[in-house]
Design a binder for this molecule. Structure first.
Ligand code: ARG
Length: 471
């Protein structure tokens, strides 16, 4: 086997030759971890400044390291930085370039630090930013849904259980269900953010360091709440990624369920909505088709995101403390999952804002399939004082009668109804329309248009306050 002559300049002291080609290929992470460059530079600057203040390196070296890192940042951002696979990862690419720029002082940056605490720090900073972006996107989705909820607070549609028409609800109510889900999604991300916000920097390779570092200083310079309290834990856990990916998976599942509804509702069979041209595609062979591709892709992204979570859980489950190179495999799936989720939320927000509900179709469907049968049973309980179980039985017989006559419940004659239950009166017809059905559902959290209007307003105010606070 041909071996390379040169050993790695960063760690090659005890090596006679460099790695085999295939070793370099499996080992290198620069092809994807370059994305951590901004966080890596921020972490290194905080570390160098602390080293200088603590007198561990000279202040002159501290200044030239900081300047050099700033130059590297602008080179990477301008696209003039050349990444090298031979230098494995983002950490060593940056350090090697720093050496080219400022000479020997660069070698002092890695005092009291290891790539193990470095990568954990970088990744936490990255995840924090990702969570903040996701929060903004979910806020946007909630806003789009709440606007629709306010607009369609009184628009009746069938509510389903088992995907069978169950009871009428309003389209606004359905939209608000997803506003609630998105809010819990945001909460889960915030919880993860709170727990991850401890700085691993200074845990060094695994055991801490003998240098008089100040971990509180670097932690606060990087916006962490405090340093991590155990060096082994600091470099060896990736639960902050698992937690964030769990939150991402649950969010993706919510989006996927809504996407599935959009797919169903946009079929001619349902016909509840029409997706705008902007979010549909045509078929290359069937000219009549309008396909809900964006919704289908949002639905599919959930698979990728859950896959990332599952994959990383499996990577982590057997690892002894502390760092193992297995953990380098945390990055690609995480980056991919977050990018997929960002795209899915943005696409869903666009679809929700653009889609046109067909109110007539929805209303028709809401009235079909005896959807007000529960209202009838409730009337029997309320007015005739019968136990619910008996009312349920009577209503069942009335539904069977209507079915045999092929008419909706409100088209049965009172005389026909009285054959089933003599105590029924004309008043029963007042609860059999879909409008009266939804209007009566005034219990807290129920679908009554007045409730929906109030909830939509509450959300719109709250979301507006959040945007104001963010400015
Ligand atoms: N590229 C590595 C990773 O992402 C950085 C840490 C390497 N540490 C080590 N001891 N080899 O995990």
């Amino acid at each position: 086997m041909v071996k390379k002559k040169n050993s790695n300049t960063m760690w090659g002291g005890r090596f006679g030759t460099g790695p085999a080609e295939i070793m370099e290929q499996i080992n290198a992470s620069i092809d994807f971890d370059w994305q951590l460059y901004a966080q890596d530079i921020a972490g290194s600057k905080a570390h160098a400044e602390m080293l200088a203040i603590q007198g561990i390196i000279s202040s002159q070296d501290g200044v030239s390291i900081t300047k050099g890192l700033d130059t590297i940042l602008s080179q990477i951002e301008k696209g003039t930085f050349e990444f090298s696979r031979g230098l494995e990862d983002i950490h060593m690419n940056i350090e090697a370039r720093l050496t080219e720029l400022i000479g020997d002082a660069a070698g002092r940056l890695h005092t009291a630090r290891s790539r193990n605490d470095q990568v954990a720090t970088d990744f936490k900073l990255y995840v924090r930013d990702a969570i903040d972006r996701l929060d903004g996107l979910l806020h946007g989705l909630q806003l789009a849904l709440s606007e629709k909820a306010a607009q369609y607070a009184g628009a009746v549609m069938p509510g389903f259980t088992h995907l069978q028409s169950a009871q009428p609800v309003t389209y606004g109510h359905h939209c608000l269900a997803y506003v609630e889900m998105s809010n819990r999604d945001r909460g889960r991300f915030q919880d993860a953010r709170k727990r991850l916000n401890e700085s691993p920097l200074g845990a060094a390779a695994l055991a801490g360091t003998s240098f008089p570092i100040d971990r509180d200083m670097t932690a606060s310079a990087l916006g962490f709440d405090r340093p991590t309290a155990n060096s082994l834990d600091a470099v060896s856990d990736r639960d902050f990624l698992l937690e964030t990916l769990s939150a991402a998976s649950i969010t993706a599942i919510h989006l996927s369920r809504l996407a599935e509804e959009l797919v169903l509702w946009s079929t001619p069979q349902f016909g509840f909505i029409r997706l705008s041209d902007q979010f549909s595609t045509g078929s290359s062979i069937m000219p009549q088709k309008r396909n809900p591709d964006a919704a289908e892709l949002v639905r599919a992204k959930a698979g990728r995101i859950i896959g990332a979570l599952t994959g990383l859980m499996v990577v982590m489950k057997g690892l002894p403390l502390a760092y193992s190179k297995d953990m380098q495999e945390d990055k690609e799936p995480f980056f991919d999952a977050i990018a997929s989720l960002e795209l899915a939320i943005a696409a869903m927000t666009g679809m929700v804002a653009d889609l046109e509900p067909d109110l007539k179709k929805m209303k028709q469907a809401a009235g079909a399939s005896f959807a007000t049968a529960t209202d009838l049973a409730d009337w029997i309980v309320r007015v005739l004082g019968k136990p619910f179980r008996e009312a349920h039985h009577i209503t069942g017989a009335l539904v069977a009668l209507a079915e045999s006559k092929r008419v909706p419940l409100h088209r049965l004659s009172l005389a026909d109804m009285q054959h089933v239950e003599p105590a029924l009166t004309e008043d029963v017809f007042s609860v059999l329309t879909v409008a009266s059905s939804v209007k009566s559902r005034k219990s807290y959290g129920g679908t009554a248009p007045a409730n929906v209007r109030k909830q939509a307003r509450k959300w719109l105010n709250r979301l507006a306050r959040e945007s104001k606070n963010a400015d």
